[in-house]
Write a protein that binds this ligand. Sequence first.
Ligand code: FEO
Ligand code: CA
Ligand code: CA
Ligand code: CA
Length: 696
Amino acid sequence: MPVSSGRKFSLLPMLGHTKGKRSPVTCALKCDNACSGEVCNSSSNDYFRDIASATMSRRTALGFGAAGALAVVFGNAVTSAEPAAAGGPGLAAAAKQGFEKSKLRFTAIAPVDAAVDAFTVPAGYSWQPIIRWGDPLFNDSPAFDADRQSAAAQARQFGYNNDYTDILPLDAKGRRAVLFTNHEYTNEGIMLPAGFDAAEARSIGRAAHGLTVVELERRNKNQPWRYVKGAGLNRRFLTDTSYELTGPAAGSALVSTIADPAGRTIKGTLGNCSGGTTPWGTILSGEENFNGYFVAAGTSAEDKRYGLTSKPTARQWELDDPRFDTRNPGYANESNRFGWIVEVDPQDPTSTPKKHSAMGRFKHEGANVIVAASGHVVAYMGDDEKFDYLYKFVSKDKYRPGTTAADRRHNMTLLSEGDLFVAKFTGDSPAAEIDGSGKLPADGAFDGAGEWLPLVVDGKSKVAGMSVEEVLVYTRLAADKVGPTKMDRCEDVQPSLHTGKVYVACTNNSDRGKAGKEGATEVNPRSLNRDGHIVEITERGDQTSTVFNWNLLMVCGDPAKNTSAYFAGFPADQVSPISCPDNLAFDSVGNLWISTDGAPSSTGYADGLFKVTLAGPERGRVEQFLAVPRDAETCGPIVHDEERHVFVSVQHPGEDGSFEAQNSYFPDYVAAGATPKPGQARLPRPSVVQVFRTDD
Ligand code: FEO
Ligand code: CA
Ligand code: CA
Ligand code: CA
């Protein structure tokens, strides 16, 4: 271990944990206190202060609910949309299968108290980590040693705080696959002991950010995966990895720096959160809370809108590299080079990852792609900040379904050029708006209308007074000018490949309705929204449509304590309590799976992974599949239900502890009375976990 050289390592924010509040550590390190502490300061006992909006009540009182969405308990709201939606290439295989019973049968677990440090799975299932923070990736990588950490070792090991994760097959027999995961942020306070050398700690922290690609193998489809040290596709993406900026803002003066006057080559990726996997087998990853890594003047409208301030950053990388202080000569635009959607080809370890300027710059949670019936590629994207917006990108060129190298090369250009829109939701509208017939849809699932407001179309700016480059680099300010709907923190936004319907996880917004802030609206129906909700969007016609219908699938909460919780009409006393939806996934038969982030501070339960039935008489039924350890959030769910395997990223276990007094020992728990192996049970290690049946 490096010896302290006088300046002791400490994170800048004061990190006292306060029982019953959102972890101040998470707020400071993950989001740079984006919520200004107000989420953090919400009492955990004020469930009854959540107020379902008057609009929801009105809808019910007027009987709209009886005939409409609030009563779609036994309807076929989802399957009725299939004929219109099933034409797109992105829908084909899955849509034909229809909604069937999943092979992944389980009995929902009981909610787990947030203080429990355990990974909890249903009866008949077991779990094990596939890869943990610090695991060696290459033949020359040292084994993880909590007492001998170094930046050089970390650069050759799996990074920290894995978030978006996917597993892509590499052979037909199902014995080889490649795993991608990103590393959103670090928590040096539990990674390293007090007194650790400050400069080395900053270097370790940088090396623990970025991305990882690693190969997996197994003997057969019934076996859990294990990662392969030294495999050909293994790769770490670090802060000095070069990314190509694509699209209209590439080469713009707005992204030029002294180190990259051409404005086309960016070093590193920061704050990677959720993501998506494209039909052509690449991975998208969202650069989210990048602002927390930069010191800035903090006085311009642009700095303020993106949360860039003049205060020292929590990790103080500005002490090591001038680009992390945009006040330094030549680096005024460095922060403009983050906040993009990143695309990575996990099958080519020599490929240059891309940042796609055509998809706009904001606090990107992630991006999920679907191929429209027209062949254009459509990506849905959330800006995860209170009162920020929901976006949609439509590619200029069309998807090629072929599998040749030329087809794939073509498809890898699709996100570099296209149209960008931002969503405006309106409430209950005349039925005539639906199809001109004057009748409500047969499934009654119409709650509101919506419009995708253009920001860039056919390569031209649609925002008065802003060039295309300005719209794409300062997308938040451009969107402000066209009047979109302020949302309750859009996290994952994902289309179902069964139906084309799009699901928007609005994780929470405890500021809604506070003095000076916007109150409840139809699509964000709850003031002091601590539990979040899920919006279900149905594009009118092709997925590229600029108009849509929407309804509320779910208004989250613990029904035992929160009377405004709503589950598409499914009996609230028969669901697992769920709060703070974050990442979404679908299984092979069309059920929605939701991972959560923040339940401990709202319901008092550990975060987890939940299955939600979308079709048939059980539409709206929520069943908890697993719970994550103390202080952790659940990320990156992957549901391979045909193999009866489920994968999650366990992010920030033991977040509120310290190196000397840890809150979690996940995943290397030591059985009572056993002697820990070297490095075991010393500290929590964020990990990708596989859950599997024990009777396989
Ligand atoms: Fe990194 Fe929006 O969560
Ligand atoms: Ca997230
Ligand atoms: Ca997802
Ligand atoms: Ca989150």
